[in-house]
Design a protein around this ligand. Structure first.
Ligand code: XMP
Length: 499
């Protein structure tokens, strides 16, 4: 329809925005704006504090810390370390489907009471091949089976230790141990431990009545389990792991493959999770895989959390722009200061029993206490974990100091490496100009092993809960009293007036 000048003016007047009063703007807060008031506490030692939280309806973590699904934070090594300490790692999705599944499978294999598909050799494989496979898979023993999966023997590092290199061409049957201590599938852990102990062996193959190999229990895994009762395990004693998926392209194929690979929880993760196509993706995944645990995000409002929960999400990730490498708020003007976003979204936990995770902006352990006190059931962390040995980021030495790379997943570098991986090797200048990054690339100080970082974060959280008089998360939610502080109050809170 053509409009003349007067019509256009009328149209504009009709569609002009309603007046907005600046006085009506609500005030919002983040971690540095508040403190928690110390309360009378029944806790005699911070060791007595129970920090258990939930990442999703059915994923409970003794340590409510989840590592961010970012390519400089979480692949298998990080996820293994987090789960061993009672937290959870979420493998990032900027990998091929096969690569992401391999990371998940590596975590699921890292520790398990019953290894369902142990590595095997056939009788015609050579000693050299056995040696190479042990080295590649980092295992100390391989089971030898025939074509019908019947167990014939075991080759361990001990069998190969003093064999000269000229034996490498011999078949494994020449060196394997044939007399084996075995058990039936379904053997109790106590019985397995007794059998391994009395025979003084490291591996207990599980075989059916007809001699078919059905699994393996190792002494190492039993010991690990005893030493780490708080680790995040599934029902089979394997470490828990999460895996991220997107909402376009191959996401359904990826979801199917990740579930098949053993992912315990899927994280449907996009920058603006309160969008129609995201809600449809949540509905689709839950319709196809109703029993899969699905955490979705990111949102920053109660309405966002409510809509994702109504679409079927089992957990909600909260945070638009608080992360250390985020520039979303600067580039787009959109976002909500993180503590207010968390407190707003947490209503959904009370109303529908869907836990929320505070994602991004955690600078210190005190922020974890504040996020949980504000109603979160878990926190997701990137920058504080990116500097550890277990992160996949590369190491950089600058003026004698060690750093690790950490980059936002919407940064220019991350976007370009994704395009490069997708086969768009030669980007035209206009295509480059079309990239509008919402994140930055950075370096974070090297921090050593992740277990050391987690010990500090956990210790701070335990003490924080103790200051609030809260022996557990539910009491923290009801006891916590926030007070707003001034910039001077915040400056007083940090070490000051010292060299
Ligand atoms: P921290 O503060 O722990 O935050 O490093 C980690 C979280 O930051 C988010 N993230 C981004 N947000 N642009 C953003 O606006 C980005 O490029 C970006 N990359 C990561 C993400 O939620 C992560 O868990």
């Amino acid at each position: 329809m053509r409009t003349n000048g007067r019509n256009a003016k009328k149209l504009l007047a009709r569609t002009a925005p309603p007046p907005k009063s600046p006085e009506a703007l609500r005030q919002t807060f983040t971690f540095g704006d508040v403190l928690l008031v110390p309360k009378r506490s029944p806790i005699t030692s911070r060791r007595r504090v129970d920090t258990t939280g939930r990442f999703s309806r059915r994923i409970t973590l003794k340590l409510p810390i989840v590592s961010a699904n970012m390519d400089t934070v979480t692949e298998a090594q990080m996820a293994i370390a987090l789960a061993r300490d009672g937290g959870l790692g979420v493998i990032h999705r900027f990998l091929t489907i096969e690569e992401e599944c391999a990371e998940v499978a590596q975590v699921k294999r890292a520790e398990s009471i019953v290894i369902e598909r142990p590595y095997t050799l056939s009788p015609s494989d050579t000693v050299g091949e056995a040696r190479a496979l042990m080295r590649r898979r980092e295992v100390g023993g391989l089971l030898v089976v025939d074509k019908a999966s019947k167990l014939l023997g075991i080759v361990t590092t001990r069998d190969l230790k003093f064999k000269p290199a000229k034996d490498d061409a011999k078949p494994v049957t020449a060196v394997m141990t044939r007399k084996l201590v075995t058990a039936r599938p379904g053997v109790s852990l106590e019985e397995a431990e007794r059998l391994l102990g009395s025979a003084k062996v490291e591996k207990l193959p599980l075989v059916s009545a007809s001699g078919e190999l059905k699994g393996l229990i190792t002494a190492k895994d039993l010991t690990k389990r005893r030493l780490a009762p708080d680790a995040s395990h599934d029902a089979k004693g394997r470490l828990l792991v999460g895996a991220a998926v997107g909402v376009i392209g191959d996401y359904l194929e990826r979801t199917a493959a990740l579930l098949e690979a053993g992912a315990d929880v899927l994280v449907l993760d996009v920058a603006h999770g309160h969008a129609d196509h995201v809600l449809r993706a949540v509905e689709k995944i839950k319709a196809r895989w109703p029993s899969a645990e699905l955490v979705a995000g990111n949102v920053a409002t109660y309405e966002g959390a409510r809509d994702l929960a109504a679409a079927g999400a089992d957990g909600i990730k909260v945070g638009v722009g608080p992360g250390a490498t985020c520039s979303t708020r600067i580039v787009t003007g959109a976002g909500v200061p993180q503590l207010s976003a968390v407190m707003d979204c947490a209503r959904i936990t009370r109303e529908l029993d869907v836990p929320i995770t505070a994602d991004g902006g955690i600078r210190d352990s005190g922020d974890i206490t504040k996020a949980l006190a504000g109603g979160a059931s878990c926190v997701m962390i990137g920058s504080l974990l990116a500097g550890t040995d277990e992160s996949p980021g590369w190491t950089v030495v600058r003026k004698g100091m060690k750093y690790k790379a950490y980059r936002g997943m919407a940064s220019l570098a991350a976007t370009l490496s994704r395009k490069h991986k997708a086969g768009e090797a030669e980007l035209e200048a206009e295509q480059l100009a079309e990239v509008v990054p919402e994140g930055v690339e950075a370096l974070v100080p090297y921090r050593g092993r992740v277990a050391e970082v987690l010990a500090q974060l956990e210790g701070g959280l335990r003490s924080g809960m103790s200051y609030c008089g809260a022996p557990d998360l539910a009491t923290l939610w009801s006891n916590a009293e926030f007070i707003r502080i001034t910039p001077a109050g915040w400056s007083e809170s940090k070490p000051h007036a010292i060299e």
